[in-house]
Design a binder for this molecule. Structure first.
Ligand code: ZN
Ligand code: ZN
Length: 139
């Protein structure tokens, strides 16, 4: 089964060809600015599992060296991050998924950059940065 998602305006639609989705909450400074929120939740996929249903081009922004965030130029929704892990993993901001699909949340990352006005209240693992080995096969 595939997961479906897209940007706010609907110009960009995608399918994720996976049976399940693993994700992590990220508290890094760049996610905070890019999303305007205390953290973002990244679903982790292999590049070939993310299938675009439009031929339009997303707008890339290199938010840190070699790491690209891609946005819809019409509505500004943040649809994918890649290059951040060094292993080809793509991160899809989970809030762009349609509906409320089941996600396996593996924990929290970049907690060293968490803002004081958001508190982590669960017992999931917390990582200072991107944890070694975190990818589509994690967990
Ligand atoms: Zn859009
Ligand atoms: Zn982040």
């Amino acid at each position: 089964m595939a997961f479906q998602g897209g940007c706010l305006c609907g110009r960009f639609r995608y399918a994720i060809e996976r049976r399940s989705l693993k994700a992590m909450h990220c508290y890094c400074d760049m996610c905070r600015k890019a999303h305007g929120t205390a953290f973002s939740t990244h679903a982790i996929v292999r590049p070939h599992q993310l299938v675009w249903q439009t031929m339009d081009e997303l707008v890339p922004y290199e938010s840190s060296p070699g790491a690209f965030r891609q946005f819809c130029p019409s509505c500004g929704a943040h649809l994918v991050v890649h290059g951040q892990s060094g292993d080809g993993t793509y991160a899809v901001p989970a809030g762009t998924l349609d509906g409320d699909p089941t996600l396996e949340i593996l924990g929290h990352m970049y907690v060293e950059e968490r803002v004081s006005w958001f508190e982590i209240l669960d017992d999931l693992p917390q990582h200072a940065r991107w944890p070694a080995g975190f990818g589509p096969s994690s967990g």
